[in-house]
Write a protein that binds this ligand. Structure first.
Ligand code: KG4
Ligand code: ZN
Length: 335
């Protein structure tokens, strides 16, 4: 049976709507990014983000339907990001989804943003279970183990900053533009191993921590400034990136050895990082029975197609919400 899902994503600074058929056929995928507005402030300003979502949401939904050449009669369910994310931003998408569900009498599917990021891999590869996902975004750093298609166990998480947040903060102290991840990715290509930064340590083997590394970068800059020495920004970007990514890849290897997944996937905005992709390919080559999937750039950062893909599986599992559900900025993954 054909199933068409209208999916909405508005958890941070992208207003997005996508029409997805049978979980992996994208009929349309509209993303309206606010990056150019937030750039001026050096980061996402939550209040500004919610206001822009309000201005854009109806236009984005109308455009997604027009491009997909569908009417509301063709839609089987409305999937949306319920959380985590910025409360004001989430609220706009949630209200739009609930309004459509109420007006057209469609089932509602409230989803966890990160489950969407993991399911984005389904657009480029079949997902095979057990599966291990390294989730790396602006708000998350997690190793998620899925023994089957609708079960999520968090093996490790960050104790402080998320990896994308660390990239953005380090970029800011280096005087690079927002978002910092792509800027560091680019600059690090011209850098060399010149500075020594501490390897992040955590109590639990599969947890992450990036705030110490971020502070070490800041202290190094302050020390050099005091000595009137000029910082080599490319070298510092390189050293920060190598240290941070080696932790991510090292812990993914440990999780593979512990859990023996059939497939490893990358998920989230930081999965767009060119050096992380290289390092993961090299590291996973050691495990001949593990298949690595790296999502293409377009589905690493926030979009609604990924919510449509996850929504398709959620539908199969009858994971529906009611009209009284609301945005949940601290939504947990265990369902
Ligand atoms: O998944 P995403 O679009 O939004 C969240 O769910 O957070 O991720 C955004 C994060 C930002 O911190 C951004 O700096 C980072 O992804 N990012 C990158 C790269 N592209 C985006 N980090 C490192 N290298 C990149 N090429
Ligand atoms: Zn995201």
């Amino acid at each position: 049976m054909t199933q068409i899902i209208l999916a909405i994503e508005s958890s941070c600074d992208e207003t997005a709507c996508s029409i997805v058929k049978n979980g992996n056929e994208i009929l349309s995928n509209i993303v309206s990014s606010q990056i150019n507005v937030h750039k001026k402030f050096g980061g996402v300003v939550p209040e500004v983000a919610s206001r822009i979502h309000v201005e854009n949401i109806s236009v984005v939904i109308a455009e997604a339907m027009e491009q997909a050449k569908v009417t509301m009669d063709d839609i089987d369910a409305i999937a949306f990001t319920q959380g985590p994310g910025l409360i004001g931003s989430l609220h706009v998408g949630v209200q739009a989804a609930k309004t459509l569900a109420w007006m057209y009498n469609k089932p509602l599917i409230p989803l966890h943003h990160i489950i969407g990021h993991i399911y984005a891999n389904g657009f480029v590869d079949e997902l095979t279970f057990p599966l291990l996902a390294l989730v790396v975004s602006g708000g998350h750093t997690e190793l998620v183990f899925m023994k089957d298609e609708w079960s999520f166990d968090i093996l490790g998480t960050t104790q402080d900053d998320a990896i994308g947040e660390a990239y953005d903060k380090v970029a800011r102290v280096l005087g690079l533009p927002y978002p910092g991840g792509p800027a560091i990715d680019k600059l690090a290509k011209e850098g060399n191993k010149h500075y020594v930064l501490p390897t992040p340590k955590t109590e639990k083997e599969l947890d992450f921590s990036f705030s110490g590394l971020k502070s070490a970068v800041l202290q190094l800059i302050q020390r050099e400034e005091k000595k009137d020495e000029e910082i080599n920004k490319a070298d510092l970007a390189y050293c920060f990136q190598e240290t941070a990514l080696d932790t991510l890849v090292g812990k993914t290897c440990k999780a593979v050895e512990l859990m023996h997944p059939k497939q490893v996937v990358l998920a989230g905005g930081v999965a767009a990082n060119s050096r992380l992709r290289e390092k993961m390919i090299e590291a996973m080559a050691k495990y001949s029975d593990v298949h690595l999937t790296i999502p293409p750039l377009w589905c690493c950062t926030d979009n609604a197609a990924m919510i449509g893909a996850a929504g398709n599986t959620a539908f199969k599992h009858k994971f529906f919400g009611s009209l009284d559900c609301s945005a949940n900025p601290c939504k947990e993954m265990n369902i």
